[in-house]
Structures are given as structure tokens and as C-alpha cells.
Write a protein that binds this ligand. Structure first.
Ligand SMILES: [Ca+2]
Ligand SMILES: [Ca+2]
Ligand SMILES: [Ca+2]
Ligand SMILES: [Ca+2]
Length: 673
């Protein structure tokens, strides 16, 4: 083998000598051949050129090292671009035979810098960061401030840190290596909203703290102290991935300076745009394992849209009014936001909900919001026109979705999941809906329209469920403080209806599924005329599936289950033209895994039942919810409603169809924040 190889080499050598002109007495130098014969290379990049022919070893030299350099290794030349321009690389063999390689160096191909914000607000002494979101370029950027006595800049990789020096405005310019620029307008205001050594406390510790100018809260972990009011004209921006921990109420004092809520007043805006991978989280300031509903207040947004009381004051002791005539009002954006362990019953019938929306207009964008372990309703709307998509009410104390005072928004893809051990003294429902407290026919009517709702009630999540509360009852609220003592802000009660529609409300619901409540639907005429609206087709319940209810319907709006009587509601639900269905058991829905609790209920050392993160409320193969949607009703004609094929909030158990994936948290009690 070896001999054969040497023989071949000798033949080849002889042939090459012949080509070079072996006949001449004085041998001509062998000219190396280059492939490719000409190169174009970008700044900072290299290309390889192969040498054939010529006499080894070779040397290389660039005519302009400031433009391109060259290196030789055997028969390979590596040419590296240094700066835009041209150079000639000469490859010379041992015998002096040389070849020239023209090199063109092109400008480095960088994406022009794109910044995560084009305008930010910062307080004097505060720092906000802006990211260079260009994703493929080499991170060679410069950042300069148009006025460094107002804003100073420091650049680390792709993060531009902007520090307010004095009140005023400055433009910060970020330049890429290709000289393309992006700018961010920075407003520095002399109002301070962040306190503490590391500026990680929102509010100065006063019970009431007012934000009059626009601010950006940079990504980070903060505590919130006091009732934080964002005043008319100001915008509070919160960066994705931010965690804000509400400090607790003093349960005995009920008005403690250490309680906290975020209040967006009329004319103010909140810009809280999280992402599926970086949601914005409002949660309890307590350590894991000790968190409870009522640990702090909640988020309250007040707008200028109509309600049926003209001007209303927010419930829960918050000094803020809402209501007006601008149904298109814009209170900002709330997207991919979680609100955990808030909700606070300030006084009976006067509570702070997880998310309170007072007369919020349809210019506001609200989607992908999870409210968990709220001490009152998870979501409550008082008037307003805002449309909402992708809402989750998880293990709330009172009602999941409560609508009052003329709310007329459209809502699609909502999930409510009850904890069987948690219900409120006022009786807990999936939906609660009033036109107003006394049932008067005041306009605008509560006429919100829901489609694709899934609400999982308590009954079939635990086979040993009993709808009893109090000292010997099943519904204990776990060890969440003293839920029965005189000083307790929170009391346990029982579960009532999947939908309680009363006091002249005209709520409508389509293409939805509700399971496991003592009563399916309760259209009450105790006060007002909701039953009349149902008969006149102004309150529509169509293409809705009930499963595993104690009873389909009851009319009496009473706390005592023995008085849940009457046939109007069940007769209405069963009207053939409405195409509603009643299934005996939750299992008949063929949902993937419709219980949020580990069964039998297992408790940790604090007495909290363990949540089951494997729950999945989507229809599995063969579910009667599949291909069962109907969007032909005129109430659903608006383009807001996605005309999907399925009943309920989910299409299938697959991750791709699970819009809660990534940003929802099913076990906030045990999360390190
Ligand atoms: Ca409430
Ligand atoms: Ca309520
Ligand atoms: Ca209510
Ligand atoms: Ca209630």
C-alpha cells in the first residue's frame, strides 16, 4: 500500500515538472494558482483561499494590513477583513513564483440597532435600562447622551443604562458599528417614587402616595407600600419581568399605612406589557408558604367611560372616582400580568378585588391576566366598555368574574378555577352580575358578552366536597388567619351558582362550559327585571354546557341553599332554541385533567392543600365541546370574537393550544420571588 502511494507521487511530480517546463536549463519559478482568485470579505470575518501548484512553503503579504490581513498554513491562506476598502495579498512560493489575490473588504453586516423603548421616564437619581434588541449583529455599539448633565449613559453589551441626573430631557443615541442609529427620548423628572437604599420600594411609606409625573419602573423586584395613586396625566410604565410585592394590610386596623394597592386614576395610564416568558407579577411580600389572600390590596384602574351611576367612587376605601362619557377612553395596557394574594374586604359590600376595572374604556388593552388567591372577587368591572381576552381567575375567595353598573365589554377565552375549600361569606359564584345594587333600570345596562369561558367549580374537584362552612364545615379557607373572629377581614361561606345574574343585568354568554357548582344558573328577580330581559332575548345564554351541577337552575337570590328554589332559570336554560346542554358529571366533558387539587386533598405543614400543576382544562379527544361552537348570533358578530370551533377556553390539551403556558403560575404559594 505504502509503496504504491509513493509510486503514484513520483508519477505526479514528474508530470508537474514537465508542465513547468523541465526542458529549460534554468528552471522558471512555479506560479501558484489560487482558488478563489479574488475574494470579498466582511469586516471582522475571514475567508480561506486554497493554493495549488507553486512551490511550498509559501509566504503571504497584504498590501494594506489596515484593510485586510493574511495568514498561511500549508496550502491554505486565511484572509481576514479589517476595515472597509481593498488590499492585495501576494502569495509567494519558495522558488519566487508569486500570485496576487485582490481582496475587497466590505462593511460589517450589522443590523441597525433597534431599542426596546423609544421614550422612557426616569427620576433624578434613578436608572432605567433600554435593551438593544438587534439580535444578529456583533455587539459593538456606542451610546451617547445629548446632555449628560440631565441623563448619563452606561453601556454594557446590549443594555443601555440611563441615569437621571437633573430634571429635563435628553436624547440618547445608540450607534451600531455600521453607523446606523437609534434614539431614545429620556425625560428626567424631579419627582421621586422609588425609595430605600437600592430604590426598590415603590412609595415613601405613607398610606397614600401620589405619582404626578410619568415614570418607568425598570425590570427588577420591588415592594409596594401604601396606596399608590397614579394621577391624571401621568403614565406608569412597568418593564417586563418585573415583580412587585404588595405589603400587607394590618388586618386589625384595616386601614394600615402598610397596606398597598396600585390605583390608576382617571386620565392616568398604566403600561404594563409583560410577555409570555417575562410576565409582570404583583404578589405578596410574604415568604413562600405564608402567603394568603388579603396580603395586599389589588390593582384598580379608573376610566372615563360610561357607567349607570354617572360618577362612582372605587370600592374598598380607595379615594378615586371613575366614570364619564368617553367610551373609547384609554387607560393603557395590561398584558401578561399576574396578580396574586391581593383582594381585601375593606368593609362588607365594599371590597378591593384582585383587578378592579371602573368605567374603563375600550381604548384600553387587557389580555393575558391571571388573578390568583384574591381575597374578594378575582375580576370586577363597574361600568365601562373595555374588551378583555385570556383571563384566568384561580382559587379566588369570592366571585371569579363580577360585572356591575353597566359594564358592556366583550370577553373571550376566560378560565375560572375554584379551590373547593375557599368560598366567601357572600356566597361564591363563577359569574356574578348586577345592573346596579337596587336593580333599577338605569342605563347603560350591564350587557357584557362572554364567549369561550371555562369555569371549574368545587364539587367534583374533591369527592368529599360538602357545601358547608363555619367551624365544623368543609369550606375552611385552610389556616388563612382567623376567618371567623371579630377582627378577621375575611370570612368563609359557601358556593352558589356558576352564573348568578340579577338586579336587571343583561349579561350574555355563549360557547362556554361550567362544571361543578351547587346551582348552574340563577337568574334572579329578587330585585329588578333580569328574568324579563331573558324572555325578551336581551340576556342570552346560548350554546352553553353545564356538567356536574347540584341543580341546573334556581331563581331565589338567597344565602341559604334551602331557599334556592324556582324554575324560571332552569326552564330558560333548557329552551331548545338556545341549544344549551346539561351533562350529569364533570367527567362527561372529557376534559384532560379538570381538577386543580391533589386528590384526596393533601395538605402541607401550613395547612394549605397542594395544588396540582398537571391540571389541564382543555377538551381531550371525544369531548362534546369539540366542533360545537356557534357564532351565528348577532351578539357575536363583532370582529373582536375569534370564530373558533370549540366550546370553552381551550382548543386541545396540547401545549401549542394552551394559552396559559409559560406565564401563568399554578403554585404561587411555593414560588421564590
Ligand atoms: Ca367585589
Ligand atoms: Ca362579588
Ligand atoms: Ca358585584
Ligand atoms: Ca359573592
Amino acid at each position: 500500500m505504502r509503496t504504491f502511494t509513493k509510486f503514484k507521487l513520483a508519477i505526479a511530480l514528474c508530470a508537474s515538472i514537465a508542465v513547468a517546463g523541465c526542458d529549460d536549463k534554468k528552471s522558471e519559478p512555479a506560479i501558484p494558482r489560487l482558488s478563489p482568485e479574488i475574494v470579498s470579505v466582511a469586516e471582522g470575518s475571514s475567508v480561506n483561499v486554497a493554493i495549488s501548484g507553486g512551490a511550498e512553503p509559501f509566504t503571504v503579504k497584504s498590501s494594506a494590513e489596515a484593510k485586510a490581513t493574511a495568514r498561511i498554513e500549508g496550502r491554505a491562506v486565511s484572509v481576514t477583513g479589517v476595515a472597509e476598502g481593498t488590499a492585495t495579498v501576494t502569495v509567494t512560493g519558495k522558488d519566487g513564483g508569486a500570485a496576487q489575490l485582490p481582496v475587497a473588504v466590505t462593511r460589517r453586516q450589522l443590523n441597525s440597532p433597534v431599542l426596546s423603548s423609544v421614550a422612557v421616564d426616569v427620576e433624578v437619581g434613578g436608572t432605567v435600562t433600554v435593551s438593544i434588541v438587534d439580535s444578529t449583529g456583533v455587539p459593538e455599539f456606542t451610546a451617547t447622551s445629548s446632555n449628560s448633565s440631565v441623563v448619563s449613559v452606561s453601556l454594557t453589551g446590549r443594555t443601555v443604562a440611563l441615569t437621571g441626573k437633573s430634571a429635563g430631557g435628553a436624547t440618547v443615541t445608540v450607534k451600531g458599528a455600521d453607523n446606523a442609529e437609534a434614539t431614545v427620548a429620556v425625560t428626567v423628572n424631579d419627582e421621586q417614587i422609588l425609595f430605600g437604599a437600592n430604590k426598590k420600594q415603590i412609595g415613601d411609606g405613607s398610606k397614600r402616595f401620589f405619582i404626578n409625573k410619568s415614570h418607568t419602573i425598570a425590570k427588577g423586584v420591588y415592594t409596594m407600600v401604601g396606596w399608590i395613586y397614579v394621577e391624571d396625566g401621568a403614565t406608569l410604565t412597568i418593564e417586563p419581568g418585573t415583580v412587585i410585592k404588595g405589603t400587607d394590610f394590618n388586618h386589625d386596623g384595616r386601614q394600615s399605612a402598610t397596606g398597598s394597592s396600585l390605583v390608576i386614576k382617571r386620565g392616568a395610564k398604566i403600561m404594563a406589557q409583560g410577555t409570555a416568558s417575562e410576565p409582570i407579577v404583583f404578589t405578596s411580600a410574604k415568604p413562600k408558604g405564608e402567603r394568603q389572600a388579603t396580603d395586599w390590596g389589588g390593582i384598580i384602574i379608573c376610566g372615563k367611560a360610561k357607567n349607570n351611576m354617572n360618577e362612582m367612587t372605587v370600592e374598598g376605601g380607595i379615594e378615586a372616582d371613575h366614570g364619564g362619557n368617553d367610551d373609547n377612553d384609554n387607560s393603557g395596557i395590561l398584558r401578561y400580568v399576574r396578580i396574586e394574594f391581593g383582594g381585601y374586604p375593606y368593609a362588607t359590600d365594599n371590597e378591593i378585588n384582585g383587578l378592579t376595572l371602573g368605567s374603563v374604556g375600550r381604548g384600553t388593552q387587557i389580555d393575558h391576566i391571571q388573578v390568583s388567591y384574591s381575597g374578594d372577587d378575582s375580576f370586577e368591572w363597574f361600568g365601562g366598555t373595555v374588551n378583555c381576552k385570556h383571563l384566568v381567575a384561580y382559587h379566588g375567595w369570592d366571585d371569579d368574574f363580577d360585572t356591575d353598573n353597566g359594564f358592556s365589554g366583550k370577553l373571550q377565552f376566560l378560565l375560572g378555577v375554584r379551590d373547593p375549600k375557599i368560598a366567601d361569606q357572600s356566597n361564591s359564584n363563577g359569574f356574578e352580575s348586577d345592573n346596579n345594587a337596587n336593580g333599577a333600570d338605569q342605563q347603560p345596562f350591564t350587557s357584557c358578552i362572554f364567549s369561550n369561558v371555562t369555569v371549574i367549580g368545587p364539587m367534583e374537584q374533591d369527592p368529599s366536597f360538602q357545601n358547608t362552612a363555619g367551624s365544623a364545615g368543609y369550606i375552611s379557607g385552610y389556616s388563612w388567619g382567623n376567618t371567623t373572629g371579630a377582627a378577621s377581614p375575611i370570612r368563609t361561606g359557601i358556593f352558589q351558582a356558576a352564573m348568578q345574574i340579577r338586579r336587571s343585568s343583561r349579561l350574555s354568554c355563549f360557547n362556554s362550559v361550567f362544571a361543578g357548582f351547587p346551582v348552574g344558573i340563577m337568574i334572579s328577580n329578587e330585585k329588578g327585571t333580569s328574568q324579563q330581559w331573558a324572555e325578551q332575548n336581551m340576556l342570552k345564554i346560548k350554546n352553553v354546557v353545564f356538567a356536574g351541577m347540584g341543580k341546573t337552575g334556581a331563581d331565589a337570590d338567597k344565602k341559604d341553599p334551602s331557599q334556592w328554589s324556582g324554575t324560571f332559570s332552569s326552564d330558560f336554560f333548557s329552551k331548545a332554541e338556545l341549544n344549551n346542554r346539561y351533562l350529569p358529571a364533570t367527567g362527561d366533558l372529557k376534559l384532560q385533567r379538570p381538577t386543580s387539587k391533589k386528590i384526596p386533598l393533601s395538605f402541607n405543614s401550613k395547612g394549605f392543600a397542594d395544588d396540582d400543576a398537571t391540571a389541564n382544562y382543555a377538551p381531550a379527544t371525544g369531548s362534546p365541546l369539540l366542533n360545537a361552537a356557534d357564532f351565528s348570533d348577532a351578539f357575536l358578530s363583532d370582529a373582536f370574537f375569534e370564530k373558533v370551533s370549540y366550546i370553552g377556553a381551550f382548543k386541545s390539551p396540547a401545549d401549542a393550544d394552551n394559552w396559559t403556558k409559560g406565564w401563568c403560575n399554578w403554585d404561587p404559594q411555593n414560588t421564590d420571588y
